[in-house]
Design a protein around this ligand. Structure first.
Ligand code: ZN
Length: 518
């Protein structure tokens, strides 16, 4: 018998194939699964395998997909100073001062997560306050949602800010005091991100990917570029796409169809914001926010503008996706997809909607008729879904209608699971856990259905179901080994399952300190 690269045996293998069959062993050669089976049959390979892994009863799943990640942003955040828990500007200064010890002078220090409403001064720091703790490093502090920022004198002097730009806060002498809102904040954001070298992006992205890999992720949908982020992020992914340890599928967040075609990408969009978020009360709702009268959020596109973009991209044979959270935004994108598909019928387009948090039954039916794919983030419910949490505050009774996974799955629609990192951490097991333990019990799905969100459905959502997403002969050996079987533990304990090994095309790219002999 010929030599093979790897045999994994003595395991509890959930293949997630069409019949959801199980197996005990997998034979791998040249990165792909060449055989799979039960009982002792693996023995025919064991003497010819270059590497052998005794799984000792551990559970194997297909490598996870995270279908919605802002990867470069996540990476840059990992290189930044986290200010989310500071209680005062003095404490912020201490945190920044510490960071200066670790960085050569002249290198940018970026603070993230700062919430001016939660510090005792109730405001952003001024440049004078930042100069005190970091006189020789440019400093850039971002408010938690990135729309307001502060910079110190060194950063200010290195940027050419037009004098009359709207949003520059000034001191008594009329000089910029370092605090920037609105257009001014967006302007310096663009300038600074443009100055970020690709080696910084690389450092950050590799850190983010290491974390993802340790959670069993072998394929990421990276939503990059555009207004809130920067096109250089998307370009970075394009230019380096063969160099990452796992697969990255880029979604270029632009409505410029020609540009995307010119780059020979076959998909467009991502977080193209049709509306905002519940947190900032600008997700577009049909009825008022429960904690703010006369506010229904807002739509950032007119129906005509959106129709034009969708039709244009659809005609060019691109796969499309946009961000729609509230029921009014969901309705708008459904209208546009209907418009495009009525004008130009196209099979197997797999157009997606990102988030789809507050759909009505009617919306679900329309999405099904349009054969859309829904890219959703179960962990939102873990953080925001319980009584008293964000959904409850903003939506009142409507919190009982958010993320109705069961209804959607039963309708036959495909849900691809994601984290929206850096909104929530890349952690498919937490996503699976939450889809199974939905705060609204009637929307909970079974563990096996929840696993599909992060495996085969993720693959389907980017046209990769023929090569990945399940453990079958001929598919890539992208695998994750878990210390417990999500179908056999108590459903409340799924989130506590550990990843033991992550394999990409047969290579171990992560190994926990556990007892598997790999
Ligand atoms: Zn997003």
């Amino acid at each position: 018998m010929k030599n093979i690269d790897l045999i994994l045996y003595n395991g509890d293998i959930l293949t997630i194939d069409e019949n959801l069959s199980t197996a005990n062993w997998i034979a791998v050669d040249k990165g792909s699964i060449i055989d799979i089976g039960n009982n002792d049959e693996y023995k025919k390979y064991i003497n010819n395998a270059k590497e052998k892994i005794d799984l000792m009863g551990k559970t194997v799943l297909p490598g996870f997909y995270d279908s919605h990640v802002h990867l470069v942003q996540t990476g840059l955040n990992l290189l930044s100073v986290d200010l989310s828990d500071v209680q005062s500007i003095v404490e912020l200064q201490e945190r920044i001062r510490k960071a200066t010890y670790k960085k050569p002078e002249g290198q940018l220090i970026r603070g993230i997560g700062y919430d001016d409403l939660r510090v005792s001064e109730c405001r952003m720091p001024t440049r004078y306050e930042l100069d005190k703790c970091a006189p020789n490093h440019p400093v850039w502090i971002n408010r938690v949602e990135y729309h307001i920022s502060s910079i110190n004198s060194m950063a200010l002097n290195s940027l050419n800010i037009p004098f009359d730009l709207e949003g520059i806060i000034r001191d008594e002498r009329g000089l910029p005091d370092g605090r920037l809102t609105g257009k001014a904040s967006a302007y310096i954001r663009g300038q600074i991100l443009n100055n970020f070298s690709d080696s910084i992006r690389k450092k950050g992205v590799n850190k983010a990917l290491d974390l993802a890999i340790s959670k069993g992720v072998t394929t990421v949908g990276a939503l990059e570029g555009g207004f809130v982020f920067h096109n250089r992020d998307a370009e970075f992914i394009i230019n380096n796409n063969t160099k990452f340890p796992i697969d990255i599928n880029l979604f270029y967040q632009t409505i410029d169809v020609d540009m995307v075609k010119g780059k020979q990408l076959n998909r467009i969009g991502g977080c193209i914001f049709l509306d905002g978020s519940f947190g900032s009360r600008n997700a577009a709702l049909k009825e008022d926010y429960s904690d703010q009268k006369n506010n229904k959020g807002r739509l950032f596109f007119s129906q005509e503008e959106l129709n034009e973009f969708i039709l244009n991209a659809h005609k060019e044979n691109l796969q499309i996706t946009v961000h729609a959270i509230g029921d009014r935004a969901i309705e708008q994108i459904l209208n546009s997809y209907e418009y495009a598909l009525t004008k130009y019928k196209r099979e197997n387009h797999r157009h997606r909607i990102e988030h789809f948090e507050l759909p009505s039954d009617e919306h679900i039916k329309r999405a099904k008729d349009l054969e859309l794919v829904l890219s959703m983030q179960p962990s939102y419910e873990y953080y925001w879904g319980d009584k008293g949490d964000l959904y409850d505050k903003r939506l009142g009774e409507r919190r009982k209608k958010t993320n109705p996974f069961k209804k959607i799955v039963e309708s036959g629609l495909i849900i691809a699971g994601g984290s929206d990192s850096d909104v929530t951490k890349i952690d498919p097991l937490l996503g699976i856990h939450t889809a199974v333990n939905h705060p609204n019990k009637e929307y909970s799905i079974s563990p096996i259905e929840a696993i599909k969100l992060f495996t085969i459905n993720g693959a389907y959502s980017v046209f990769e179901e023929d090569i990945k997403g399940s453990i079958e002969i001929g598919k890539w050996a992208d695998l994750v080994v878990l210390d417990k079987n999500p179908l056999k533990v108590k459903k409340e304990e799924i989130k506590d399952i550990n990843v033991e090994l992550t394999l990409k095309q047969g290579y171990i790219i992560f190994k926990n300190k556990g007892d598997i002999d790999g």
